[in-house]
Design a protein around this ligand. Structure first.
Ligand SMILES: [Cu+2]
Length: 274
């Protein structure tokens, strides 16, 4: 059946067309700010995207090569019968080819070693604790089923003191400023994912993990949980707001604090009234 080779060819062409088209469409490519398809908003993000592109080029080239061989072979070596219903060609048996095996083991091995070495600098600057910026943590983010509890220091500037501001699924930080947070989990594994900043870090019960990043763009983006953490996993969608200036951010904090203290007072007053 020669038609199989056509089917394989169509599937391969559709896949290649998809990854050639993707960079030109905001909805198909990596998440970026609206109308800025190729603008990654964090410094790490640019390095991550370059690594992604290199891997896409390598896997894309190998994919095209193997698909060409597959389609050619299934077209050329199709089983054909003569007019007596006998196969035109006798099958041949092979016990493999050691040289080929060695070649196609060494090449992928070498590519993997290259990638492992090539990415190590990026990995170190994003994940090694020695690379963490020497700044006070902006917030402590605790993942739980199914929300992000975000705690900012209150007027005393210290985390985990009674005047803290606590908000849910609403993370704010300031543009062009190295930002450090402490990530925790109070139940299961979650993964703190800021797709527009290309930041992803597991939240592990029992550990406090520092995470740092920056952004050159003010605006409103998304937090997602990237670890299937239970039935309500989808609910762990939060909002990141990047403020233009420190003053804007401080204004937001003090507004939220006023709101938080007001609702606590109302609750107390309500209880006394009974
Ligand atoms: Cu989760």
């Amino acid at each position: 059946m020669r038609n199989w080779s056509i089917l394989f060819a169509l599937a391969a062409i559709a896949s290649v067309a998809a990854f050639l088209y993707a960079p030109f469409s905001a909805d198909w490519w990596l998440p970026n700010p609206p109308d800025q398809t190729h603008h990654v908003i964090s410094a790490f993000g640019r390095e991550i995207d370059n690594l992604f592109l290199i891997i896409l080029f390598i896997t894309g080239a190998v994919f095209i090569g193997t698909q060409v061989v597959l389609v050619y072979s299934s077209y050329k070596f199709v089983d054909e019968m003569d007019e007596h219903g006998k196969p035109k060609r006798a099958a041949t048996y092979s016990h493999g080819n050691n040289r080929l095996e060695v070649i196609w083991t060494i090449i992928p091995g070498a590519i993997l070693v290259f990638l492992a070495v090539y990415q190590v600098g990026t990995w170190a600057s994003i994940k090694f604790r020695s690379a963490a910026p020497r700044v006070a943590p902006l917030a402590e983010i605790t993942a739980r089923q199914f929300q992000w509890v975000i705690r900012y220091p209150g007027p005393d500037g210290r985390l985990n003191s009674p005047d803290d501001l606590v908000v849910v699924n609403d993370f704010h930080f300031v543009k062009n400023k190295q930002t450090l947070i402490y990530l925790k989990s109070s139940d299961v594994l979650h993964s703190f994912y800021l797709p527009h900043l290309r930041i992803k870090q597991d939240a592990v019960p029992g550990l406090t993990i520092p995470v740092w990043f920056d952004s050159d763009t003010a605006g409103s983006f998304e937090i997602a949980c990237a670890e299937l953490c239970g039935w309500g996993h989808y609910k762990m969608r939060g909002k990141v707001t990047i403020h233009e200036t420190e003053t804007d951010f401080q204004r937001w904090v003090s507004d939220q604090l006023t709101e938080q203290n007001k609702s606590q007072l109302t609750m107390t007053a309500g209880a006394e009234g009974r």
